[in-house]
Each structure stands twice: as C-alpha cells, then as structure tokens.
Design a protein around this ligand. Structure first.
Ligand code: NDP
Ligand SMILES: O=C1OC[C@@H](O)[C@H](O)[C@H]1O
Length: 391
C-alpha cells in the first residue's frame, strides 16, 4: 500500500510552480509504487490570496490550505515536508524557520549563501532529528544515476579529469535591466556562480567526489568577472582533488554572456566530459536538464543514449515551449528529487542518497573559496548565521 506524503510549498515563484505541478504527476508514470505526493498547503509572503491563486493554478486538491505567511505554514500540523523555493538569500532563514518548527525540508539550490549557514542547518536538522536535503534536482535525474554508474563500473578506467560548463547566453543589461532580479542582485545572493555554476560543480562533484569511497574536498583556484551590480557574471574554477594515485582535476565554468550551446541544436557538442584512461563519457547541454550522453571507449565502443525529459503535457510547467527536448508524458523532471525526499521520510532516513548534507557543505565551501579569492561578499544580513534575521 502506498504512503501519502503531504507537502507544504514555501513561496509561490517560478520554480515553486514547476515543482508543485510535478508533485501532482502520477508516480506510476516513473514506476514509483510506494509513495504518493499531495500538496497540503502553500504560503506566500505576498499574502493568502497569492497562495490561493497558486494552489488553483497548479491544480492542488481543493482542501489545500493557503497561508499569507511562512510562519503559518510551518505551524500546520498536517504537513510532512516543506519545499523552500525562495531566492538563495532567504534559504537559511526560511529553512531554519521550518526546522525550528519541527518540519522536514527540501530546500532549493544553491542550498545557502555560504558553507557556515549550510553547517548550521545540518546541525539543526540533526539536533531535531529531521530530514534535510538540498534540491539539487539533477542529482536525481536518471541520466545522473547512469553517469555515476559509468564511473563506478570502471568502464572509463581511472577517471582523472572532468570538465563541465553551464553558460546561458543572456545579456544581463537586457534581460535583467533594472538589476533587481535574483540572478544579478547581490541582496538576493545573485550571480552566475551560485545560480548556474552550481550545476557545473555538481557534475564534477557527482563524478569525481561522490563516487570515491573516501571523498576528499578539492583545492580551489578560480577567477570571477563581476557585473555592474557587484554580483558575478562569469566564473572559472579549477578543482584539484587529492588522490593517493595522483590528483584528479575538475574544471568548472559558468557564464551569462556566452553559451554552452550557442545554436541551441547541440552543434557545440558536449558540455560535460568525464575523462578516464580508458575513455570518456560526454553529456550534452543544457547540463541542468540534459538529454543526451555519448560513451566513447578506447576499444572502439561508441554508445549514444537519449534521456528524454518529460513533457509537454499537463503539468509540464516552467520552460515548457522554450526547450525542444521534451518526450511524451507529464511533468518537468523535478519529481525524481521529490520521490527521493518523500521516500526518505517514509523510510525514516534523514538525508538524501545522492547528495548528503556533507556534500552540499563541500560544494558551498568551494563557492565560498571562489568568492573569497575574488573579493566577492554579499551583504552581511544574508551572509550571517544569526537567526532570526528579518530580510
Ligand atoms: N531547480 C531548478 O531548476 C531551479 C531552481 N531555482 C531556484 O529556486 C529559487 C527561487 O527561484 P525562482 O522561483 O526562479 O524565483 P522567483 O523570483 O520566481 O520566486 C521566488 C519567490 O520567493 C518569494 N520571495 C520571498 N522573499 C523574496 C524577495 N525578497 N525577493 C524575491 N522573492 C521573494 C516570493 O514568493 P512569495 O511572494 O509567494 O513569498 C517569490 O515569488 C532560487 O534559489 C533558485 O536558485 C530556480 C530556477 C530553477
Ligand atoms: O536552476 C536553474 O536552472 C535553469 C537556469 O536557467 C535557472 O536560471 C536556474 O536558476
């Protein structure tokens, strides 16, 4: 008999809508039989009317409650887990609010503004015996499960280098002209590194770090280019992972003005290359929602694989119509991370399987070092670990 997991949605922006729609896609479409998701409530800091409108738009059950504040949401006893979908700047305060109220949490990427905040949240979750996971959704996509499997299978031999790029070809002066959008606004912890670079780092971490029996954090060298607002618009990072048999290298890049795939047809080739002494695994852009891999081995093997993402169809949500890589079916692909979080709650696990809190902290540590090396600090009120702070 399947168990129902009751979600509370904290914030009603773009990704909250996509995620909420995905929750309502029948889990049997991805062969999940043990759990069902339901939306129990949503909260908007803009008021209960906005929350009610959101619930209607995503097709939530009529009984779902609409709250006009996050405080009311976390006090609701009929919620098993809260999904935090505010800008990065707010993740620490909002997640702490949930944990203090005894709620399990799935919090959007980037997990926090800095590693100190991530550590504090991990400590609080442990103290309260609650589930906490970063919603770094690509870790849970079947393509990522496959990629990690290729590395651990030994097919590539000793994997010594991974190159990953997530660049999006958006001119910030045009796309976010007033500088207030969360992508470029330092008050909201904006910039390429935390928002986009995290995908490049995730591909490197999930292949060079997560796959190791005893992962060691990397040594970091980096360069950042700043935008006029003070947030970064381009980051290039060299990661050296110490290994007894010789260091492994990760090269993570991200940029707003150039593109991983300028023609949007795949003509630029792979945006992730996982390289070992027997061959390499390539992943096509966009690496935040990839649909194609190529395995090339020294013995002459060449294996192309397509990883169609769900949609279009009811509930396909954000970016539908913009991306051309949909297959049949409903949803956007965020349900795989939701399934993992819900299963963990049902099974009594306190962390995600494919990126536990220590790994989220390790990634935040890298981003801290990149910012420090390049003199980029956000306003103190969003860097602080003090709680509560009114933002
Ligand atoms: N996994 C993925 O694919 C993606 C993840 N994200 C992540 O999700 C988070 C939110 O991004 P996105 O949904 O695009 O952002 P939006 O700006 O669309 O939504 C953010 C929501 O947060 C709430 N909020 C509370 N305080 C503020 C504030 N001061 N300024 C702005 N919003 C505020 C608002 O909801 P309300 O008024 O209801 O309280 C707002 O609608 C980010 O951390 C981002 O990195 C984003 C895009 C894709
Ligand atoms: O998480 C994300 O994925 C897609 C990106 O383009 C978006 O800006 C980012 O927040």
């Amino acid at each position: 008999m399947e168990k129902t997991v009751r979600w509370g949605i904290l914030a009603t922006g773009a990704i909250a809508e996509t995620f909420a729609r995905d929750l309502l896609v029948d889990p049997s479409t991805r062969n999940v039989k043990s759990i069902v998701h339901t939306i129990a409530a949503a909260a908007s800091s803009s008021g209960a009317c906005r929350a009610a409108e959101f619930l209607k738009d995503v097709g939530a059950p009529p009984a779902a409650k609409a709250y006009g504040s996050y405080e009311e949401l976390v006090a609701d006893e009929d919620i098993d887990i809260v999904y935090v979908a505010t800008p990065h700047s707010h993740h620490y305060q909002n997640t702490m609010l949930c944990l203090e109220a005894g709620k399990n949490v799935l919090c959007e990427k980037a997990f926090t503004v800095n590693a100190s905040q991530a550590r504090k949240l991990a400590e609080k979750a442990k103290e309260k015996n609650l589930f906490l996971m970063e919603a770094i959704w690509i870790r849970y996509l079947p393509i990522s499960v496959y990629a990690r499997g290729v590395v651990t299978s030994g097919k590539l031999g000793n994997v010594t280098r991974v190159i990953a790029d997530n660049s999006v070809n958006l001119n910030p002066e045009i796309t976010w002209a007033d500088g207030k959008h969360r992508m470029v606004n330092p008050e909201l912890a904006g910039g390429a590194l935390l928002d986009l670079g995290i995908y490049s780092l995730t591909w490197i971490f999930q292949t060079l770090y997560h796959t190791q029996p005893k992962p060691t954090p990397p040594i970091v060298t980096s360069s950042l280019r700043k935008y006029t607002t003070g947030a970064d618009e381009m980051a290039s990072i060299l990661l050296t992972f110490p290994r007894p048999e010789g260091d492994a290298h990760g090269i993570a890049t991200t940029a707003m003005r150039v593109d991983s795939d300028i023609s949007n047809t795949g003509a630029s080739g792979a945006a992730v290359r996982v390289q070992g002494d027997n061959g390499e695994l390539q992943v096509w852009p966009p690496i935040w929602r990839p649909t194609k891999t190529k395995l090339i081995l020294k013995d002459g093997t060449i294996e192309d694989k397509l990883w169609p993402q769900p949609g279009p169809g009811k509930g396909s949500g954000w970016f539908n119509g913009f991306l051309s890589n949909h297959a049949e079916g409903e949803g956007y692909g965020m349900f795989w991370e939701a399934d993992e979080a819900a299963s963990a709650i049902v099974e009594g696990r306190k962390e995600g399987r494919y990126a536990d809190l220590s790994e989220s902290i390790a990634v935040m540590d890298v981003m801290d070092q990149v910012r420090k090396q390049n003199g980029m600090r956000y306003p103190e009120k969003i860097e602080t670990t003090a709680y509560p702070v009114h933002l």
